[in-house]
Design a protein around this ligand. Structure first.
Ligand code: ATP
Ligand code: MG
Length: 321
């Protein structure tokens, strides 16, 4: 961590989950929450819990949902000096209900909430000036203010010899137009570590043709200068690709009760362990453990573990070969 904290930029929201599976929210039903959430917030919270220096840029409203999020980030050791408190707009929110087939229905209030009400400010400039790593969440690129801060921070941090990771996190509900696709490709060109999930690999490589193979997409990305690619495979574990090695990580066997946030915790654990000086294979083990442990708890970041908790999880949980 010699170069300074890991930084994440974007939406901070609460999540409220339906306690039954079924079709959406057109009828009154039991709900559980609010839980602190937002992909960038989940990521940075997991970084902090693991003991990595970490800091967040975003905004919350001056309400209980905002206070809940700030309290969680602070208790995880995350620097919140650049999280703005918006006096007017409420904290962002997402209601989510799972269907029996595992698909999700959302009601979002993000774009018209405090979640988007931040920009380049004094505290943001101070933080970016001392950050050593930036993790970019694809989901944040659909928010124009976040986009501007991300582009500026990425350039400054790379310039100073810092590093960049990118999770495409392409949500169909939040997808953008051609301008975002272009910016996304520019970030792929800058990043040192790419963390796609399943089929996100292909648009990330800019090779979306139906006959492109995984190996072709990986080769193309390595050639573009991405030095580590970690492909997330949900319940099937993950694979790490570098210019001179491929490591397949078997999944930990868990009872999944809430898959939300697995990818964010996984990415945070990988980045944090690497920045704490661990080798790629050890970091991959912690990442798989962080993702698997997080799906065993209801709530997007409720299963994020400390280093000691992940050590315990690794020791006591079987892996499916
Ligand atoms: P998110 O919904 O957070 O965006 P994602 O699609 O980015 O998730 P996943 O591949 O679902 O990411 O999960 C990340 C990692 O967590 C996986 O690569 C795997 O190692 C671990 N993981 C996730 N779900 C499970 C599971 N049910 N069993 C074991 N490991 C899991
Ligand atoms: Mg993801």
């Amino acid at each position: 961590d010699a170069l300074g904290p890991t930084l994440c930029i974007g939406e901070i929201i609460v999540e409220i989950v339906a306690t039954t599976t079924g079709d959406g929210f057109r009828h009154p039903q039991p709900l559980l929450g609010p839980f602190p959430s937002g992909a960038p917030a989940i990521f940075i919270s997991q970084c902090g819990r693991l003991g990595g220096q970490s800091a967040m840029i975003g905004a919350v409203g001056a309400d209980d949902f905002g206070a809940l999020n700030l309290a969680r980030l602070q208790s995880d050791g995350v620097d919140v000096s650049a999280v703005a408190l918006d006096p007017e707009w409420p904290t962002g929110s997402a209601f989510v209900r799972y269907r029996a087939d595992g698909s999700r229905e959302f009601v979002f209030n993000i774009n018209h909430s405090a979640a988007t009400r931040f920009g380049w400010s004094e505290p943001v400039a101070r933080l970016v000036a001392r950050a050593g790593h930036l993790h970019v969440m694809g989901s944040a690129l659909s928010m124009p203010p976040a986009r501007e801060v991300i582009v500026r921070a990425a350039a400054m941090i790379k310039e100073r010899g810092g590093t960049l990771s990118l999770d495409p996190n392409l949500r169909k509900e939040l997808s953008g137009g051609p301008e975002i696709a272009e910016l996304f490709q520019c970030l792929v060109g800058l990043c040192d570590l790419l963390l796609p999930s399943g089929a996100e690999l292909f648009p990330a490589a800019g090779l979306d043709a139906p006959d492109t193979t995984e190996a072709q997409a990986i080769a193309h990305l390595l050639q573009r200068g991405v030095t580590e690619i970690v492909l997330k495979r949900g319940p099937n574990g993950a694979s790490l690709f570098t210019p001179d090695s491929v490591i397949r990580a078997a999944p930990f066997q868990v009872d999944e009760v809430d898959p939300t946030g697995a990818g964010d915790c996984f990415g945070a654990a990988y980045v944090t362990c690497r920045r704490l000086g661990m080798g790629a294979e050890a970091a991959l083990t912690y990442a798989c453990a962080a993702g698997a442990r997080n799906v065993t708890a209801v709530g997007p970041m409720e299963g994020a573990g400390t280093l000691a908790e992940l050590d315990d999880f690794i020791r006591t949980t079987a892996r499916r070969i």
